[in-house]
Design a protein around this ligand. Structure first.
Ligand code: FRU
Length: 471
């Protein structure tokens, strides 16, 4: 029986069992479709299916029948990640078929790319000509077995697919293929490759246009930490540059994290009918124990959808305008002088905060969320180091730890927009310059909200709304 203690109220989760990567994210026939890596029988990773949910506001989701199950020779051990594309009014899913080829399932496997088609967006049929892109089309120098997660996009009537791989010698890389009909694919070239500091395998690549630039997003595995950045075992990164569709090469100067918290992986983007570029990620990470795996019968959730925009040479990630329609029971306070700890006398486990601090003399200031007894989740800022800290050492059961990221004050101010949902916290900092996401598992009574400072500062404004979908 599903235990709903830590079930999220306004984030997408599987109905039962396991969820990982977002797949096939698309706006099709007037609704958003999100598919996801799913093992519908137990809360552990297993032979991958594609779960499916639809939404008109990216907050309320309606489950649909499982879209893909591993039932063919070419995908018998899993329908791995992929994407969706519309062609001739039909919805196509392009996904990786995973097959185990020897006694050691972690080493002996092959991967190929397949299509499934639907006319109603709900029932999908795998094509008779699958696989449409097999290992024989892997170029020399790329791993003969890690060849997965096709993200399809169209430019000037040509379909392109980026695929994640590695060079067989500990460097992640991305390959580009091209097709006129989604059925026959030709290799174009290598898009990008790790410089040696960016992980030994690259998963879930995504390429999209924004403001006249191209953006490449990817999920590097086992990327070594760089100071406070890339502290998770598996990371996410984006680069802004230009994709040369003739050579396949992506030209860029530098890379940044998509999310600077604990739990965010395999993000995928889509564009909607309003022209917005929206990203969602898996709000977990690999090789950790998830508390709901034991006795709760579910594990894994998607992040909030985030609108991606560009400012200067960086991306901004912000909550969607739609989320404001679900605010209720608003509370507002302003111009609070702070030196020490102050309980805000509002509480909850499912809410949004908008808080602006003026730093003044404080050495550190911030918020304590989900407080109760010994429990608290800390979001703090140190002006001298320009450092945000998200500490979950006292957040309840589950993993602790701290993540840190650098953010400048703006005219002495720090603006935070925070979404708390039962077992998640997402912190949007300075209008989306940085985002920090983490799962927490406090006791049900831990619902307090406090502000604190070491030295004088001012809470210029503090706003809180409960978030309720049923209004
Ligand atoms: C990323 C990933 C993908 C793969 C899928 C399998 O989290 O490892 O590369 O397709 O998960 O579930």
């Amino acid at each position: 029986m599903l235990n709903d203690q830590y079930r999220l109220a306004y984030h997408l989760m599987g109905e039962f069992g396991w969820m990982n990567d977002p797949n096939g994210f698309i706006f099709y026939n007037g609704r958003y479709h999100m598919f996801y890596q799913h093992y519908p029988f137990q809360p552990v990773w297993g032979p991958m299916h594609w779960g499916h949910a639809v939404s008109s506001d990216l907050m309320n989701w309606t489950y649909q029948p499982v879209a893909l199950a591993p039932d063919q020779d070419y995908d018998r051990d899993g329908c791995f990640s992929g994407s969706a594309v519309q062609m001739g009014g039909k919805l196509y899913l392009m996904y990786t078929g995973h097959i185990v080829t020897g006694p050691d399932k972690d080493r002996d496997y092959q991967q190929n790319q397949n299509l499934a088609v639907s006319t109603d967006g709900i029932r999908f049929e795998k094509l008779a000509n699958n696989p449409v892109l097999g290992p024989e089309q892997i170029p020399a120098g790329a791993s003969p077995k890690d060849f997965r997660d096709p993200k399809v996009f169209e430019r000037e009537g040509i379909y392109y697919a980026v695929l994640g791989s590695n060079d067989g010698e500990s460097k992640g890389l991305i390959l580009l293929y091209r097709s006129l009909d989604l059925l026959k694919w030709d290799y174009v070239g290598e898009v990008a490759r790790s410089d040696g500091q960016m992980g030994d395998n690259w998963e879930c690549p995504d390429v999209f246009e924004l403001d006249g630039y191209d953006v490449l997003m990817l999920s590097p595995q086992r990327m070594p930490a760089q100071g406070d950045d890339y502290q998770n075992l598996h990371s996410t990164a984006y680069m802004i540059g230009r994709l040369d569709t003739e050579s396949g090469r992506f030209h860029y100067d530098r890379y940044e994290q998509v999310d600077c918290g604990f739990d965010f992986y395999a993000p995928q983007t889509t564009i909607d009918d309003k022209g917005r570029r929206i990203v969602m990620g898996w709000m977990e990470t690999w090789e950790t124990e998830i508390p709901t795996q034991l006795g709760h019968y579910w594990a894994g959730a998607m992040s909030m959808p985030r609108e991606v925009t560009m400012r200067g040479d960086q991306l901004l990630f912000q909550p969607l305008e739609e989320t404001k329609a679900f605010r209720s029971n608003g509370f507002k306070a302003s111009n609070l002088s702070l030196d020490g700890l102050r309980d805000m006398r509002v509480c909850g486990d499912c809410y949004e905060l908008e808080v602006v601090f003026r730093a003044e003399e404080a050495k550190e200031f911030g918020l304590k969320l989900r407080t109760g007894g010994e429990e608290e989740t800390l979001i703090a800022y140190r002006p001298e180091e320009c450092l945000v800290r998200f500490n979950r050492d006292r957040s309840g059961i589950g993993l602790g730890g701290e993540r840190r990221t650098k953010v400048e004050l703006q005219e002495g101010h720090l603006a935070l927009r925070i979404f708390v949902d039962k077992s998640s916290v997402e912190v949007f900092i300075q209008g989306g310059e940085k985002v920090m996401t983490g799962r927490i598992y406090p006791g049900p009574q831990s619902q307090g909200i406090q502000v604190f400072s070491e030295g004088a500062c001012t809470v210029v404004s503090f706003k809180k709304w409960d978030i309720r979908l049923d209004q």
